[in-house]
Design a protein around this ligand. Structure first.
Ligand SMILES: [Zn+2]
Ligand SMILES: [Zn+2]
Length: 437
């Protein structure tokens, strides 16, 4: 279902953008972006070389804080752990929030880039793990600083309050909630509008992807432990085998998706982990399953979670289990719902800046994002994506059917210059439009 732009469409888009630029000058001049780019690229490489895990983004947060403080923003650090809030007041007008994530992933980078991460760190479990920015949050942060710089330079063209938010721990979908609990919308002005921008592997570098309404899925982890009665593998009649019970549950769960759910509502129930037993001839007394459960609607998500618990209980009864399974719904996040009117307004501003064909509609994604929390807390919010892949490589991938690396791949390497420049241009143009002087 992923849409790929053809190379010719991209060339046409560039020409169209150029033609459009001749009629209406873009809000952000290319020269303004070009002037700050070398410094922004340096920041990008520095952040890329020095990644930090969720809620441990001390160096990252300090660097962002230092940079926006120098631009005249009023900076508060340590919001919701390592979060940064930077406010630039410029007379009466709307409060507009731009959010970036701060965290990297516990994985090894294999891009071979000269500035590739070789960092390792201790995770919260005390294990030594590699750490790398394989989701592009370093790109988002660099664009965020670039946009801050252009907005600070151009204060005559806008009014209101610009609120830059550096959010920790997106990868564990906890940082947005942590910041909100720490008073993001009470200690600081509550935004009228919020914008987030994420890099995107299915679009050409610099092309903005938008999706109105439900864009990113709600997700929950669920841990199910089923209990049996252990014993010798040769005498199953003396046991209640939790391995067989767990296997029935794995298959039963699939019918929640195929038979109970409305096929028009996209959902996923994946059992990603199943653990029980030690050796071949001992029947264990319990087995633990770990699931991820996703959908685009809070009511659908609730129904899925209830059905999982019911399925587990029902199979346990059928197996004559000595006690009810434990079903624990763990950390999760809600669907990202892009405000329809605000999406249209941002799309118009981005199109005026980048050209119509460089701002395209894209499908919703099952990956989740805790950007959802800002919208749920009463702010009109939109998450946009920005293409980050060389157009010719995308076209070659489409023709060959060989998928390219995406985010969370050890090979994910955004086309940094066109992506960063377009992200800065689009963010600034959108902010200027929302805060028109
Ligand atoms: Zn990610
Ligand atoms: Zn991400």
């Amino acid at each position: 279902m992923r849409q790929f732009l053809s190379y010719t469409a991209i060339v046409a888009a560039m020409l169209c953008g150029a033609a459009l630029a001749a009629d209406t000058p873009p809000a952000v001049a290319r020269a303004q972006v070009d002037a700050i780019y070398p410094d922004i690229e340096k920041l990008y490489m520095d952040l890329h070389r020095n990644p930090e895990l969720a809620f441990h983004e001390q160096r990252t947060a300090a660097e962002l804080a230092r940079r926006v403080k120098a631009l005249g923003f009023e900076v508060t650090s340590g919001v919701g752990g390592t979060g940064v809030v930077a406010i630039l007041k410029n007379g009466p007008g709307p409060v507009v929030m731009l959010r970036t994530e701060l965290d990297a992933l516990p994985m090894q980078e294999k891009t071979g880039l000269p500035f590739a991460s070789t960092a390792t760190t201790r995770n919260d479990a005390g294990e030594q793990v590699p750490v790398a920015h394989m989701c592009g949050h370093d790109l988002h942060m660099s664009a965020w600083v670039g946009t801050a710089e252009l907005m600070a330079q151009d204060k005559a063209r806008w009014h209101g309050t610009l609120m830059l938010v550096g959010q920790p721990a997106e990868e564990i979908v906890s940082g947005a909630t942590a910041m909100l609990k720490d008073g993001l919308f009470t200690r600081f002005p509550k935004p009228d509008y919020a914008l987030g921008m994420h890099d995107e592997p299915s679009l050409a570098a610099g092309v903005i992807g938008f999706h109105t309404g439900a864009f990113r899925a709600a997700a929950n982890s669920v841990e199910v432990t089923v209990f049996g009665k252990g014993g010798h593998g040769a005498y199953p009649q003396t046991t209640v085998d939790p391995v067989v019970l767990a296997a029935r549950i794995v298959l039963g769960l699939q019918t929640i998706v195929s038979r109970e759910n409305n096929p028009a509502d996209p959902v996923v129930v994946t059992v990603g982990s199943i653990h029980g037993g030690t050796v071949s001839n001992i029947i264990p007394d319990q087995v633990t399953l770990q699931l991820t459960v996703r959908s685009f609607d809070a009511a659908v998500q609730k129904r899925l979670l209830e059905a999982i618990a019911r399925e587990a209980r029902g199979e346990a009864i059928a197996a004559n289990a000595p006690k009810e399974p434990s079903v624990e719904v763990k950390n999760g996040t809600d669907p990202v719902i892009n405000d329809p009117q605000l999406t249209q307004r941002m799309v118009a501003a981005a199109r005026a800046e980048l050209g119509d064909a460089n701002v395209v509609e894209m499908p919703a994604q099952m990956g989740s994002e805790d950007f959802s929390q800002f919208g749920l807390n009463g702010v009109r919010a939109v998450l946009l994506h920005i293409g980050a892949v060389d157009a010719a490589k995308l076209e070659a991938a489409r023709t060959s059917g060989q998928p390219l690396p995406g985010v969370h791949s050890p090979l994910w390497a955004p086309e940094r210059e066109p992506t960063l420049k377009a992200a800065i241009s689009a963010e600034t143009a959108i902010l200027l439009d929302l805060m028109k002087a």
